[in-house]
Design a protein around this ligand. Structure first.
Ligand code: HEM
Ligand code: NAG
Ligand code: NAG
Ligand code: NAG
Ligand code: NAG
Ligand code: NAG
Length: 329
């Protein structure tokens, strides 16, 4: 076995449950946050929506075995990863922006900054670049050695989810009702597919009718954009100001103009409605609660062994077995 291999083995055996803190890379890669911000800015110039798409990646990564970049692993012959899981397939996007960030970081400080930390920094930058609040992110995460599609299928909520289901789901991650409502405010930016709304427009809960919670004028608009039997890949804005991170999303919910069932139901359910009202009336309160929620979500960890991936899409060694085979030859 080569020395390089032994060193890498030592490197991955550090547990992923690290103590996270701001400024983790201040000595080893002082420009890390600046580099992430620069690539995100460039991505936004190419396509405004890309920053919303990246903000979503943090959620889909952190809820499935902690913030460990398991989401970013491509499938391999022996591993079905999370990218093609129910909530992710044909929906999550802008992975290539994360690749660009990683390449830029590898040029400056190779094998120092984890992909899991990149997701957290990039999600924060997405919020800032869209006009939302700024905050210090905690860093020091490690990247998973594996991913499991079933875990994502089991955990990630459907657009049909109702508020009571979401309250209990978020509670499993120690996220409060207020965290749930604030974090749903990320739908202040970006788009969703007709696929995610047609059941609500034409057959809510199998009734053969639209969801009565719709504002009729908004529903007519959606009927045109997403006709029954039409192309379900067509995308629709998630709120009235989809490029700006603001509290418009909550104002829309108050007016029956939420896109997803999981959005609008936050105003229907009494336990979440108060927060929707509060955030719709007070943007600073929304920003404060959103930052708190993002930090809590960023603290989720798997406690499993991790490494610093060189390429966010693949583990440094596909599997120790394969490697040992090669070494044995
Ligand atoms: C509360 C439960 C949530 C549900 C059920 C949910 C579901 C969805 C769905 C169905 C879409 C549209 C996908 C499509 O049609 O292709 C979407 C988009 C989005 N979600 Fe969520 N989401 C939730 C929470 C969150 C959280 C916590 C975040 C981030 C903090 C987030 C960020 C986003 C963003 C930014 C988009 C737009 C992405 C783009 O334009 O590419 N969501 N979400
Ligand atoms: C919410 O969704 C859950 C799970 O899908 C379901 O069992 C429950 O009846 C729904 N609650 C309400 C109030 O619709
Ligand atoms: C939630 O908090 C409890 C008590 O502090 C802790 O034991 C548990 O691991 C936490 N769960 C998650 C998913 O972080
Ligand atoms: C509506 O949903 C119900 C139950 O999910 C299903 O049985 C029914 O066929 C659907 N109706 C239409 C028109 O798709
Ligand atoms: C949406 O697009 C994807 C890939 O481009 C395709 O595989 C899928 O079948 C399309 N889905 C619908 C509902 O048209
Ligand atoms: C809005 O929220 C901020 C931050 O939480 C708070 O300081 C302020 O008093 C609130 N404003 C109103 C009008 O309630």
């Amino acid at each position: 076995m080569s020395l390089a291999f032994l060193l890498s083995l030592a490197n991955i055996l550090i547990l992923a449950a690290a103590q996270l803190r701001p400024g983790f890379y201040s000595k080893t890669c002082p420009d890390a946050e600046y580099i992430v911000r620069r690539v995100m800015k460039k991505a936004m110039e190419v396509e405004v929506r890309s920053v919303a798409s990246i903000m979503r990646l943090q959620f889909h990564d952190c809820f499935v075995n902690g913030c460990d970049a398991s989401l970013l692993l491509d499938d391999t012959p022996d591993m079905l990863g999370e990218k093609l899981a129910l909530s992710n397939i044909n929906s999550l996007r802008s992975y290539e922006v994360i690749d660009e960030v990683k390449e830029a970081l590898e040029r400056t400080c190779p094998e120092i900054v984890s992909c899991a930390d990149i997701l957290v920094m990039a999600a924060r930058d997405a919020v800032v670049l869209s006009g939302g609040p700024n905050w210090q992110v905690k860093l020091g995460r490690r990247d998973s050695l594996t991913a499991r599609q079933e875990d994502s299928n089991e955990i990630m909520p459907s657009p049909r989810a109702n508020a009571s289901y979401l309250i209990s789901l978020f509670n499993k991650f120690n996220l409060s009702i207020k965290d749930l409502v604030a974090l749903s405010g990320s739908h202040s930016v970006g788009k969703g597919r007709c696929f995610s709304v047609v059941f609500r427009l034409y057959n809510q809960s199998g009734s053969g009718k639209p969801d009565p919670a719709f504002d009729p004028r908004y529903r007519e608009k959606l009927d045109k954009l997403c006709p029954l039997g039409g192309d379900e890949n067509v995308t629709v804005d998630l709120d009235a100001t989809p490029e700006i991170f603001d509290n418009q999303y909550f104002k829309d919910l108050v007016h029956g103009q939420g896109f997803l069932n999981s959005d609008q139901n936050l105003f229907t359910n009494e336990k979440t409605r108060e927060y929707v009202k509060q955030f719709s009336a007070n943007q600073s309160e929304f920003f404060r609660a959103f930052v708190e929620g993002m930090i809590k979500m960023g603290d989720l960890q798997s406690g499993r062994p991790g490494e610093i991936r060189r390429n966010c899409r693949v583990v440094n060694f596909r599997s120790l077995d394969i490697l040992l085979d090669d070494e044995g030859k």
